[in-house]
Write a protein of this length. Structure first.
Length: 253
């Protein structure tokens, strides 16, 4: 533990997920007080506080932020790790309800969190926000239209926030994971394998062969990148996209 995040109070969404849990523990290990939030309680982490928070519901977000503020003091940061992927779906069969759900969780939730948290950061004289996009934000993929479009939209939203909030001393960046070894990745492999009529193992071999470093990454790699972005070492960095992907973009052009 370096203590590089000492004195920070960081609100993490999606904290019960494969990457979110590692982000909670990684930021706490560097000295931050972490508020772990999710639609289900994130148990067994090193969070200072664990709260239920549904990012599709402004009242739920406001309540969690208010409780964090009352118990620990004003927030200094937001790590938006929440994300939702849909099953592989042909565009001509895409239900609008599913399209809306993907955008509600992956994009609009960030705006709800900004509504609740940015005023606190402004009042503190600054802070840092990190969102979680994807290597699939760079180009669309067959059957994953809504997810890819939502992550491209999130990247643009993150850049707009960076530009707008810079005068308030608030830095805003996004981390773009490649294939990380979590259930979101294995579920996507299973879904794609069944569309193609091949086994899970065959699908995994196809996907991992695209990664120069040869494997789906450890979720802790995302936490390490976020810890850096929340620290003073990143004080001149805003509006950036940070690829944590084992080099996968080099083989997917
Ligand atoms: N795992 C990967 O390979 C990978 C690759 C690229 C990008 N990502 C992105 O990384 C982030 C984390 O992915 P993960 O693998 O940990 O996924 P995950 O499915 O394990 O975790 C996502 C979490 O978000 C929570 N969540 C869903 N809806 C919510 C809501 N309405 N309100 C609050 N929380 C809600 C879920 O309960 C879950 O705990 C996501 O944004 C994802 O899109 C993951």
């Amino acid at each position: 533990m370096s203590g590089m995040l000492n004195g920070q109070r960081i609100f993490v969404t999606g904290a019960a997920g494969g990457i979110g849990r590692e982000v909670v523990n990684g930021l706490a290990a560097e000295g931050a007080e972490v508020i772990a939030t999710d639609v289900r309680l994130a148990e067994g982490t090193n969070a200072s506080l664990s709260l239920i928070c549904d990012v599709t519901d402004q009242a739920s977000v406001n309540a969690a932020v208010a409780e964090a503020n009352a118990k620990l003091g004003p927030l200094t940061g937001l790590a938006y790790v929440t994300g939702f992927n849909h099953e592989a779906t042909p565009i001509a069969e895409f239900a609008m309800e599913m399209w809306d759900k993907v955008f509600d969780i992956n994009v609009k939730g960030v705006v709800r969190c900004a509504n609740a948290i940015v005023p606190q950061l402004r009042a503190n004289g600054g802070g840092s926000i990190v969102t979680t996009t994807s290597w699939w934000s760079y180009s669309g993929k067959a059957y994953f239209s809504a997810y890819c479009a939502s992550k491209a939209a999130l990247k643009s939203l993150t850049q707009s926030m960076a530009d707008e909030l810079a005068p308030n001393g608030i830095r805003v960046n996004n981390v773009a994971p490649g294939n990380m070894n979590t259930s979101m990745h294995t579920d996507a492999l299973e879904s794609e394998a069944s569309k193609r009529g091949i086994t899970f193992e065959e699908m995994r071999e196809i996907e991992w062969a695209k990664v120069p470093l040869g494997i789906a990454g450890p979720p802790s790699a995302i936490a390490d990148c976020m810890a850096f972005l929340f620290s003073d070492k990143a004080s001149y960095i805003t509006g950036g996209t940070f690829d944590v992907n084992g080099g996968v973009l080099l083989r997917s052009a």
